[in-house]
Structures are given as C-alpha cells and as structure tokens.
Design a protein around this ligand. Structure first.
Ligand code: C5P
Length: 697
C-alpha cells in the first residue's frame, strides 16, 4: 500500500495481463460470522485482508473460535451455536458489517444461554445508528443497554429470557444491514419454531440482502421470502459448514479494471480474476453498464476478460440506483466518451464516505471536464483540453481508485476542437490525443478500506511510455550520502530505487567468490551480464544467498570501484539498470545516472560533501555495522576512488550539465531530502490547490 502524501501517476497508454481482485468485503465478513457460528471447521479461501475483516476475526477469536492459517486460506472452527466465552469486550473499529450482525447474534445467545458482552468501535462507529436493530431485538427478550448515546454503540448485552412468539419487525429504509444482521443471527434460536421477520418501510440495497440469503443457503439455512417484506427462517434451521468456501473477488473493485480494459486494452484483453458475471454481488451489474459504453467483455465462471470495443466510448444515460458504488467509475469513463454521460438516481452518493456528487464534480472539473450536478444526478462531458490535476480524495477509497483512470489521457479521443488546435500545437500522432499528463492522487492510502494493493495492481498491468516514467537521479562521489538520500526520496515519492553501486559491488563479490581475477575485463563482464541478483527493499540476494551485508564489505567496495572502470562491465550492466525504470517512477543513485543511464531524467541531483565529512560518515557507518575501520586509511581510499571514478575513460564521475548541485557537508538528511523534494515539486505541472491547473502543451 502507498502511504505517501500523494502518488503521481504517469500518463498511461495501455493495459494488459491479468489482475487478481481482493476478496469482497461484504462476502468476507458474512462468511466469517457464519463460519464462526457453524458446527465444524470451514476453510475460507481468498478472504479480503482489510481493517474490517481483521476486527471480525479478532472478535471471533475472543468468542472462542479456533482460527488457524492453512496456506493462503483460513481454517475456522465454529461455536456450533454454543457460547464458549460468557464474557467479552469486542472492539470493532469502523466495521458496520461486524457491529450489526455480532450485536444480533450475541444478544440472542446471551438471552438464550447467559453471558455479558460489550461491543464498541472508533468514534465514527459511535455515530452510526443501530437503534432500529436494538428495537427489533428487545421484544425477543434480549437485554441491550446503550453505554453512550441512546441509539448508537457502544452497547452492553446481558442475559435475558427469550420470547420468540411475537413477530419480529425491522425497518428496511435506513440500512439493510439491520435486516442482514437478523437473518444471519436468528437461525441460532430457530430450533422449535419458524421465525418470521417483517420489514417496515421500503427495503433499500436489496442486492446486499441477496448476498445474505445466498450465503445463508451455502451454510444450510433456506430462508423463504415473500417479496421483500416477509422473511421466514424455518424451524429446525442449523448452520452447517460447507467445508470450503471461496470468497468472490470484489465486484466494485473490479469496476476500475473493467473500465481500464474498455479504455486501454487495445490488442489482447485484460483478464480480471476473482469474479464472473454470475457473481452474487449487486455491483457485477456494472458489467452491463460498461458494455453499454462500448466495453468488450466476456465472462468465465470466476473471471472477466475485457478489451476495448467501441471507441471513443459511447455516452450513456443510466439510472444507477442498483450500482451506486460502481457508478462512480462510469463518471470517469465518461471522460473518454463522445458526448455527455448522464448518471441518475444517485442521491445516496451524498451520504457516503463524503458527498460524492460534489466531490466527483469538483475533481472532474479540475481535469477540464464540463460537469453538471444536481441532487440526484451528474452529467459529464469530456474535456476539450485536459489539464494536469491533483485529485483530492476526501478519505474516500473510491474517489482515489476511479480517478486513477484519468491517467489514460494520452488515449483520449481527439475532439474536433482539439484536432484543429492540436494539429499546429501538439503535433498529433495517429490515434493519440494531444496530451500526456500525469495525474496526482492525494492521500493514496485511503484505498486501504477495501483494496490496499490497488495501485500496485494497476502498475502491474498498466503500460506507460518509458520516457513518461519519471526518474530522479542522485549522483556523487563515494560516501556523499547518496544512498541514504536516494532511499529516503524513493520512500517519500513511492518510487522504485536503483542503487547502481550495488550492481557493481555484486559483480565484484561474484568475481571474488568464484576466483575470477578482478583485472580480467572480459571474464568480469561475462559475470556481470549473468548476475542472478534480486532486491527486496534494503535486502539483496546473489544466486539465492542473502548478500546484503557482504556487499558493504570494504574489499568488495574497492574491487567494485576497479571493475567499474571497465567499459565492457559498464555495458553489461546497462540494460539491467534501465529495467529499474518502472511505474510509478524511479530514484536512481550512482555516478553516471544523470549523464549516461537517464539523460532525460526530470531532475538530476549531484551530491557532494567535503572529503573529510565523507570519510567521517563512512567511518561511522562501518563501525556501526561492526566492521573494523581506520579514519586515515578511509580518507586515502576515498581520494583514490574519487580519482579513479573521475579519470576513467567511460562514464567518468561528473555532474550532468543540467544537474542541481547539493553540497550536504553541513546539512542533515532531512534538510537534504526537503531541498530535493522542493526542486522536484517545482518541476510538476500541478497547480497549487485553489488555482487553476496549467493546461497541456
Ligand atoms: O556507490 P557504491 O560505493 O556502492 O559503488 C561502488 C563502486 O561502483 C563505486 O566506487 C564506483 O566506482 C562504482 N559505481 C560506478 N557507477 C555507478 C555506481 C557505482 O562506477 N553508477
């Protein structure tokens, strides 16, 4: 997950390959609860790992369920309808899908078998209503006390006396989770009689009730329903573990990749694994909407294949009541359509994570689109001229994910007005719009709510032109602090890191270990060309063996400096170094990053510090890692290496002509990082918030 302040998406020009969706949130927590109440052990496969499922798992553990990992799956041994723990305090974060059903289940169990339970969550959870569910449970003999404000969690559940004679009534027009909670929990006490739930008011979010009924069926409970008003749980119902149950991929999460395929899978389809058209999730109906806009989609049992069909996309007018979450993705697809797309019946957008109608309108306008918005609709006309925008995400995962699709702007169809202007201004290439603009996503970690790895997955399947993937180079002499600075910059920007020195070091280490003479240029170059090297953060492996520590050895460093003077060795490592330029960007540290490897880098920094400072830093670094060191020897060695690096015939150490010089002798690491980030920002096209963003060109 990207935890950076913002994430800049380079302009993207294609998608291909396959992506595996995270598990559906709605299905995950229902399955966990059902497995936890069942008799026997259930193997749950492809569960979503997120905040909301973590709190549910913690609660089940506290209640006495055995939960053990089994490969990528979880084995959950349920309570079989009998309380093991008679007392527990459960913290449920902000997970409505845990709070509501656990309240119903534990209130019934406490009334039936005795027990005291406290359920609480984060502050926002204590503002989310639960009174309608409590009102439905109390007439059954459940004792439920509000520990804070009446009508809201936290709650205390205490022993009572079950009375199952009366009809059970629940409101359906506030949250369908109240009905879901009752349906999931009532089979616990349906031993001797049919239990009937009546819905008061119009039931909202019916697709979610369908998921509930479907999963109950998988666990052996056949609820009968009359319309959406009466639900009957038959006498003698008992949860039976299905043995193994796979969690479908999240259909709302699929919408971003379906859209990406419709826009940018130009040859082969993009494969989306984890959900097919027969999914039990309501948002799967996004597939039909995407088809109406032109997407070419085929479905398998558990996968979708999507490619571009009609192009430009077709503008549509659609009632989105059944797919409110996925409909946000349509609003961004509209940027690639011919004409105006109008999405109606979306009033519920106003009361979600944020006022989504206002948020979508504001952010789409930043990109240059013309947007009309009302109480329950939004109408989007594509930009005539795209602008580089910094997208505010309002702590709303879906805003962050759907606006990533704006990064495909180089593919945007050329409108007539664009073409007229573009012919002279932009030198249009066939099939390509006049723009190639990055898109900035603010606070990218908000995707953690449902899809922590969203951007990683996007970068696995998306393509950018190499020259559009930003590179920041940090060159400079040995022990100038490049490594630390570059690592820190990569973290702050969410970029990949190339520590090119480690490639020379690894080559030297391989030569030393295999007895290849260090001065045999051809033999060392052959070694360099066939290095089996793998990096993971600060760790490095050579031929499968971890060499993180060995690479820092002084003898290895000195040998690296010698072999680095050989043109054949440098050539052998060239391609490998270029391959580090991957989405979303690269920080490259070395001697010739700005001059030879990445001459087109967006920012080149040349770092220096006095020889004395560098010797002192190297000394401290070695001592702290437990290597022996001597300051005078280090100083002499640094000078010798500088001389070798500067005087060699190929790629000598020197600043690129357009490099910014940074002498960090008297600067802290933080100060150096801030200085470089300020230069980096100055080169970005995003307008400061509030001001109009500059246009393409
Ligand atoms: O930066 P580091 O000390 O790890 O690099 C080891 C050696 O590799 C350096 O002394 C330098 O001679 C060589 N090198 C190079 N070009 C690079 C990176 C390192 O010549 N881009």
């Amino acid at each position: 997950m990207y935890t950076t302040a913002h994430l800049d998406l380079p302009p993207l020009v294609g998608v291909s390959g396959s992506v595996r969706l995270p598990g559906s949130k709605s299905i995950s927590n229902r399955v966990l609860l059902l497995a936890g109440l069942s008799e026997g052990t259930t193997r749950v496969v492809d569960l979503l790992a997120s905040d909301d499922t973590r709190v549910m798992l913690d609660a089940l553990r506290a209640l006495g369920c055995a939960i053990v990992p089994d490969g990528d799956a979880l084995l959950i041994t349920g309570l079989g309808g009998r309380l093991h723990a008679r007392e527990a305090r459960l913290f449920l974060g902000n997970a409505g899908t845990a709070m509501r059903p656990l309240t119903a289940a534990l209130a019934l169990l406490a009334a039936d078998q005795g027990g005291v339970f406290e359920l609480s969550g984060i502050a926002r959870m204590h503002e989310r209503p639960i009174g309608d569910l409590v009102e439905a449970l109390r007439p059954l003999g459940c004792r439920i006390d509000y520990l804070g404000n009446p009508g809201y969690p936290p709650l205390r559940l205490a022993p009572g006396t079950l009375q199952l004679g009366a009809p059970i009534r629940v409101r359906g027009d506030v949250s369908s989770q109240f009905l879901t909670a009752l349906l999931l929990a009532l089979p616990l006490v349906a031993r001797e009689r049919d239990l009937v739930v009546e819905v008061i008011g119009e039931l909202i979010s019916k697709p979610y009730i369908e998921i509930t009924l479907n999963l109950l069926r998988r666990f052996g409970i056949a609820v009968q329903r009359e319309g959406w008003q009466r639900f009957t749980i038959p006498r003698g119902s008992a949860y039976r573990s299905p043995g193994e149950i796979p969690v479908e991929g999240d259909a709302s999460s699929a919408s971003y990749f379906i859209a990406a395929g419709a826009i940018a899978a130009i040859g082969a389809p993009l494969r989306i694994e984890g959900v097919g058209e027969s999914s039990i999730q309501g948002d799967i109906r996004f597939v039909e909407a995407a088809r109406a806009m032109g997407a070419d989609i085929t479905s398998e049992a558990n996968a979708l294949n999507v490619k571009r069909g009609a192009w430009p996309l077709k503008a549509i007018e659609l009632d989105c009541n059944a797919i409110p979450d996925a409909a946000m993705t349509l609003a961004v697809m509209a940027l690639y359509a011919q004409g105006t797309t109008r999405l109606t019946n979306i009033a519920s957008w106003r009361v979600k994570e944020t006022d989504r109608i206002a948020a979508m309108a504001t952010e789409l306008r930043k990109l240059g689109a013309t947007v009309q918005a009302g109480d329950d609709f939004i109408a989007v006309t594509p930009p005539e001229r795209w602008r580089a925008a910094s997208i505010h995400t309002y702590d709303d995962h879906r805003i962050a994910m759907c606006f990533s699709l704006a990064a495909f702007n180089p593919l945007a169809p050329v409108t007539h007005a664009m073409a007229v202007r573009g012919a002279e201004v932009y030198q249009l290439s066939p099939g390509q719009g006049p723009q190639a603009l990055p898109v900035r996503i603010e606070d990218p970690k908000c995707v953690g709510k449902t899809y922590p790895d969203y951007f990683e997955h996007l970068f696995q399947v998306a393509q950018a032109r190499a020259e559009d993937i930003p590179v920041l180079t940090v060159d400079g002499p040995t022990a100038s602090g490049k490594g630390t600075l570059a690592g820190e910059l990569a973290d702050r920007l969410g970029f990949h890191l190339l520590d090119s020195g480690s490639l020379y070091r690894a080559t030297a280490l391989a030569a030393l270990r295999r007895g290849v003479p260090i001065d045999d240029e051809a033999a060392v170059a052959r070694l360099a060309g066939a290095l089996k090297l793998r990096f993971d953060g600060p760790h490095a492996w050579l031929d499968g063996e971890e060499v993180t520590h060995a690479l820092r050895d002084e003898l290895v460093g000195q040998s690296a400096s010698r072999i680095a003077a050989f043109p054949l060795v440098r050539q052998a490592l060239h391609q490998l170094q270029l391959s580090f330029r991957r989405l979303p960007g690269l920080v490259a540290d070395g001697r010739d990053m700005g001059t030879v490897l990445f001459p087109g880098a967006q920012l080149k920094v040349f770092l220096t510090a006095s020889t004395a400072r560098r010797a002192e830093r190297r000394y401290n670094q070695l001592i702290s890692k437990g290597f022996p060191a001597n300051l005078d020897t280090l100083l002499a060695d640094l000078e010798a290496r500088d001389a070798r690096d500067k005087s060699r015939s190929v790629a000598p150490l020197r600043p690129a002509e357009d490099a910014r010089l940074l002498d960090n002798s008297e600067m802290s690491i933080d100060q150096s990082v801030e200085a470089v980030l300020a230069w980096w920002e100055a080169g970005k096209p995003f307008a400061a918030s509030g001001a109009a963003a500059p246009e393409a060109g």
